[in-house]
Design a protein around this ligand. Sequence first.
Ligand code: AMP
Length: 553
Amino acid sequence: MTFTDLGLHQNILRAVDSLGFSTPSEIQEKAIPIISSGTQDFVGLAQTGTGKTAAFGLPLVQQTDFTLQDTQGLVICPTRELCMQITKDLMAFARYQSHPNIVPVYGGASIDDQIRRLKKGAHIVVATPGRLLDLIRRRVIRLNTVNRVVLDEADEMLNMGFKEDIDTILEQTPEEKRVWLFSATMPKEVRRIAKNYMNDPAEIIVGKQNSAADNIEHRYYMMREKDRYYALKRILDFYPDIFGLIFCRTRRETGMISEKLEKEGYNVVALHGDLSQSQRDAAMKKFRERTVTILVATDVAARGIDVDGITHVIHYNLPDEPEYYTHRSGRTARAGKSGISVALINTREINKIRQIEKLIQTKIEYTPIPEAEEIGEKRMYAMMDRVVKTPVDEEAIERYWPVIYNKLKHLPAEEIVLKFISTELNALLEYYKNAGNLNAKQEKPVNREEGKRRNGKSSGKINGPTITFFINLGDKQHMNKGAMVRLVCSGSGISGKQVGKIDIHPEYSLFEVDQPAAPHILPAIETGTYEGKNFRIKISKEKNGRKNKERRR
Ligand code: AMP
C-alpha cells in the first residue's frame, strides 16, 4: 500500500514525499481511509511512535479550507511538548497549502503572543486543555466554526486530571462535527468520552491493546531498597553508550537522583515541575541535541516527549498506576527502532511487575544487576572500540608531535596503551574494586549465629586468638559481609580464612582477623575508598560488638 492508495490529494502527497515517508504505517493505513471519508467519528488505539500524528494530521490538513479565515480544526493534547510537536508536524503536512495558519496554545508561555497569533485567524488550533479553556473564557477563541476535533493521547489527558476541562471544551463545539480520538489505552473514562461526544465511531486497534511495543525488551532488576541508587549506577556504567530516560516518582526524587548522578560525573539533566519553563526547554534542548545523554524526569514532565533514538527507559521507581508503565516505556523503540525498558524493584515489589506483565501481556525478564567485573570488562572493550573508530587528524596533531614524542619515547608501546586505558578507567575500576553483589534475589540468608559468610571465603570461626578492627563504613554506606571480606583480603593480601566474625552496624563495622595476619592490615589498608567513600580502619576498642571486657576489668 502507498500513500497514493489512501486517497490523499496531490499537495498532501508532495508534503508526505518531502518528509521521506515512503509507506504508510499500520495506523495510517487503517485510519486515513475512514477519517478521510469525513462521515464517521473515529477511535484509534495506538501508542506514540506508531505514526498516529500523520494518521489524523494528513486528513485534517486535507479537509481544512485554508482560503477561509475560520478555525476549522482543533487538536487537544496533554502537554506543551506534544502540542509543539503536533503543530510542527501539521505545518510540514500543510507545506504546499497557501498561507496555512496553525497555532499552538499551551500553558507556561506568554498568553499575549498566543492571542496575537490567534487574532490573525487560525485555521487549526493545537491546544492543551487548561490554556484553551483560559482563551475561551477570555473570548479570544470561539469554537463555533470548528468541524474537526482531535483528542490526542486521551488517556494521558484524563490521567492528568483534564476530565472536566475536556467536557467543558467539547460542549462549546458545534453539534455537527467529527471527533477523532487517539489513546494508548482504553480505560472507562475514555470510553465515557467516546460515548458522550461521538457518534458510532469506527474503532481501530493497532498492535495489542494496552501492550507495549513489540520491539521493547522488558527487564527487571531486584535489589534491597537501600541499594536502589547503586544498582542504577551499575546499569548506567554497564551501558556506556546509553541515551536514556530515567523515570522517578516525585519531583524531589528526580532532583535528588539527577544531582547525585551529576556530582558523580554522569552526563545528566533533570526535568520536573519545579523548574521554570525556560529551564525545562533548556533541559529538553540539551537532551534532544545529545549534549546530555541521560534525562531524569517525572511522569508528568516527560509526557509527550518525542525524542528518537532513546535506547533505555529506566523506571527508577515503578509508577503507582501500572498504565503509566506503557507510556513511559513507549518513549523508547520509536520509529521502528528497538529499546530496553528497565524496572528497578525492591524485594517487596514483585507484585507490581506481575500486574504490569498482565496489562502489557508481555513477560518482564528478571535480569541480574551487573557485577563489578562485568562492568569493568564492558567499559574496557567499549573504550577500545571507541579508540579504534576514532579518526586521526594528523595535520592538526603534527605541531604538537615533537613534544608528545619526547614525553612518551622512553615508554614501550604496550605500556603506553596500558596508561591510556588506565587514564580513562582507573576511577571506575577503583570504585568497583571491592564492590559487592547487589542482587537481592540471589542473596542467601546469612546465618548470623554461626557467622557464615555468603561467599564462603571466610569461615567466621578462627580457633586461635584474634584482633578486632574498626572501619567507619556500615550498612548505610552499603557495606556487607561479602564486600568486607573482599576489601580486607584484596587490600592486605591475607586469605578469607584469616577473617573471622564480621559485625555490620549502621555507621561502622567490626571485623576480626587471625592474630598472625593482623599486622598486615593497617600498613596496607588503614585508609582507602569504598564505592567512592573514604574509609579509615583502626584497631577496635570493642571486641565484636561487646565492650572489650578485658579492658574494663
Ligand atoms: P508519531 O506516532 O506520530 O509520534 O510518529 C512517530 C515518528 O514516526 C515520527 O518521528 C514521524 O515523523 C515518523 N513517521 C510517521 N509516519 C511515518 C511513515 N509512514 N514513514 C516513516 N516515518 C513515519
